[in-house]
Design a protein around this ligand. Structure first.
Ligand code: SF4
Length: 61
């Protein structure tokens, strides 16, 4: 199973991933990205979010 990884040192809290895949990603009140589904129900949406991250903070393992 594919797992989503976040490098919080690189994340700039742009919110792109949350917009593309809101079931998987959520920025908390402090702007820290939370992964709601480490193993996404919709891998295609998660993959689009990974590609769209402007800081390269997202990856799959
Ligand atoms: S798209 Fe990338 S930089 Fe933006 S909130 Fe998500 S992980 Fe962070």
């Amino acid at each position: 199973m594919t797992r989503v990884q976040v490098d919080r040192e690189r994340c700039i809290s742009s919110g792109v991933c949350e917009h593309v895949a809101p079931a998987v990603f959520e920025l908390d009140d402090d702007g820290v990205l939370q992964v709601l589904q480490a193993e996404p129900d919709d891998p295609a949406a998660a993959a689009e979010a990974v590609r769209g991250c402007p800081s390269g903070a997202l990856s799959f393992s």
